[in-house]
Design a protein around this ligand. Structure first.
Ligand code: SF4
Ligand code: MG
Length: 320
C-alpha cells in the first residue's frame, strides 16, 4: 500500500464549560477515535450528516486545530511531533480548500497579493518570480493574468472557488483537503469545479480528501469513499463497491435516500429513525444503534471496531 497519509486513533474533544470557574463539564466528541489512510494520488470522499465531525477531522489533520489524542502520519512522519522547518515544510505540502472562498479571501487584497502571500510567508520565490508564478497559476485554474489586480468581490462564486483552489496550489502541495468545495455553488458550476479539480489532480499528482454531505458529488469525484458517523469511520470502500453494495446499515440508509442512476434498479428507502444523537453524549456501544434497523443486543454495549472484511473494504459493525 502506497499511503501518503495515515490517521490513527484521532480524537478531537471540545470542552463544554460552565459554572463560575468555567471548568469543563463534559466534552463534545467531534472526532472520536478516527482511523483511515489515503493512498497517493487518490481522492477519498468523506461523507456523513452535518455534525459528524468531517470538517473538524480535516482541520485537525492539517494541524489547524490541536488534537486531543492520536497520530497523523504524513509520508510516514507524525506531524503532531514536528516543529520549526520540518513543520513549515509539511504545512506547504498539505493545503485546504474551503466551502466558501469568499469568506476566506481578504476583501481588501487583490487576487495577486492573496495568491502571493503563501509564497512570501514560506519564502519560496523572489518578487519577480512570485508575480510570474501567480499569473501562470491563474491561467491553470481557468482565470487569466488580467485578474491579477482585481478584488474578490469582482468575481462570481465559481471564479472565487478557482481562486481558492489557486491559493491551495501555490505552495505546490501533495495533499489537499477540500471541505465542501462545491456546496455553495450552482449545480452547473459545481461540475466545472469538480472537473477542474480532477484535471489538476492528474497534472500535479495531487491526493485529495474530499469532504462532502452530497453523495452525488462524491460519486463523481472519488476513488474511494469513507463514511463518518459521530466522529468515527464506519465504512471505507472503493467507490464502485460502496455505491453498488454498501454494507454498513448507516451507509445503506444514506444511499437509499439518493436516486439511483439506473432508475430500474430501485433501492428500498430506509428512513432513519431519530435525529443524530449529540456528540456530547454519544450512545454506548455502536454509536449508530439508536437509529439502526438491524440493531442487536450486543450493539448497545460493545463498540464495533473498523475491520477489514475483504481486500479493500472496511466496516465497523457487529453484523460482519
Ligand atoms: Fe447496527 Fe449493530 Fe451494526 Fe451498529 S453494530 S450498525 S447497531 S447492526
Ligand atoms: Mg462541515
Amino acid at each position: 500500500m502506497n499511503s501518503i497519509l495515515e490517521v490513527k486513533g484521532l480524537k478531537k474533544y471540545f470542552p463544554i464549560r460552565g459554572g463560575i470557574l468555567g471548568k469543563a463539564q463534559g466534552y463534545v466528541k467531534a472526532v472520536d477515535d478516527l482511523s483511515f489512510f489515503l493512498q497517493k494520488g487518490e481522492t477519498l470522499g468523506i461523507v456523513g450528516e452535518s455534525g459528524c465531525g468531517k470538517s473538524t477531522a480535516g482541520r485537525t489533520i492539517l494541524g489547524l486545530m490541536e488534537p486531543t489524542e492520536g497520530e497523523v502520519l504524513f509520508q510516514g512522519q507524525n506531524i503532531f511531533t514536528l516543529k520549526g522547518d520540518a513543520l513549515r515544510k509539511i504545512r506547504r505540502e498539505m493545503q485546504i480548500i474551503f466551502q466558501d472562498p469568499y469568506a476566506s479571501l481578504n476583501p481588501r487584497m487583490t487576487i495577486g497579493s492573496i495568491l502571493e502571500e503563501p509564497l512570501k510567508i514560506h519564502k519560496l520565490a523572489s518578487a519577480v518570480q512570485r508575480v510570474q508564478q501567480v499569473k501562470e497559476l491563474l491561467e491553470i485554474v481557468g482565470l487569466t493574468d488580467q485578474h491579477y489586480d482585481r478584488y474578490p468581490h469582482e468575481f462570481s462564486g465559481g471564479q472565487r472557488q478557482r481562486i481558492g483552489i489557486a491559493r491551495a496550489l501555490i505552495t505546490k502541495p501533495k495533499l489537499i483537503i477540500a471541505d465542501e468545495p462545491v456546496s455553495a455553488l450552482d449545480v452547473s458550476v459545481q461540475s466545472q469545479i469538480l472537473n477542474l479539480m480532477k484535471d489538476l489532480q492528474a497534472q500535479f499528482q495531487l491526493t485529495f480528501m474530499f469532504i462532502s454531505h452530497d453523495l452525488s458529488v462524491v460519486r463523481h469525484i472519488s476513488d474511494r469513499v469513507g463514511v463518518m458517523y459521530l466522529g468515527r469511520m464506519v465504512e471505507l470502500a472503493p467507490k464502485k463497491m460502496f455505491y453498488e453494495n454498501p454494507m454498513h446499515p448507516y451507509s445503506q440508509a444514506l444511499l437509499s435516500a439518493v436516486p439511483h442512476p439506473n432508475p430500474r434498479e430501485k433501492r428500498e428507502r430506509i428512513i432513519l429513525s431519530d435525529d443524530v444523537p449529540s456528540p456530547a453524549n454519544p450512545p454506548t456501544g455502536c454509536a449508530f444503534h439508536t437509529r439502526c434497523h438491524a440493531c442487536m443486543e450486543i450493539c448497545k454495549t460493545e463498540r464495533p471496531i473498523l475491520k477489514q472484511t475483504s481486500d479493500e473494504h472496511w466496516i465497523a459493525c457487529h453484523i460482519y
